[in-house]
Design a protein around this ligand. Sequence first.
Ligand SMILES: [Zn+2]
Length: 205
Amino acid sequence: MKMVLLGPPGAGKGTQAERLCERYEMAHISTGDMLRAERREKTPLGLAAQSYIDKGELVPDQVIIDMVAARLQKDDCQKGFLLDGFPRTVAQADAFGAIADVDIAINIDVPFDRLIDRISGRRMCPDCGAAYHVSVQKGDKCPKCGGKLYQRDDDKAETVENRLKVYQEQTQPLIDYYEQKGLLKTVNGDQPIERVLESIAALLG
Ligand SMILES: [Zn+2]
């Protein structure tokens, strides 16, 4: 299975990606995680990416596409893969189409007002990485490890609205792109994690 997972920030894409890859034995290809690892390890690709980021520019499509193409050569992709965070634009989707096929594009749909509440209510633990929502986690102590919970800068309400706007501008054309190819399936992401997972599983058959 070759899958693209689409969804706005806060839709629970990362969680669904992990569960789906476990269940269907697909390789989880997260371009965000890969770029962070390349930069941390200061590889030639990582240094190139860093130079764009330092200038406040986006990492060019070709750099990302080359990175994904190299990743697809690894053994764990032979059974299938799930793309998470890529493609982000129609140009990337077109370029990717030249190196690999996609069987299905799943769009996790959540109304924007629900996303603003989910993201701006999110609190992170700096010590164990756990995430909580203020509606269920009272106080600022991590129940798992006692770390002091904090709010990420880009989770603040004013930033969230902008992130969602950028997402919509960039990604709506991508949703249309996969729709026109007959590959798009949409699931309702405004329900508990397990229900979303089962909705996706039902589409995969
Ligand atoms: Zn913790």
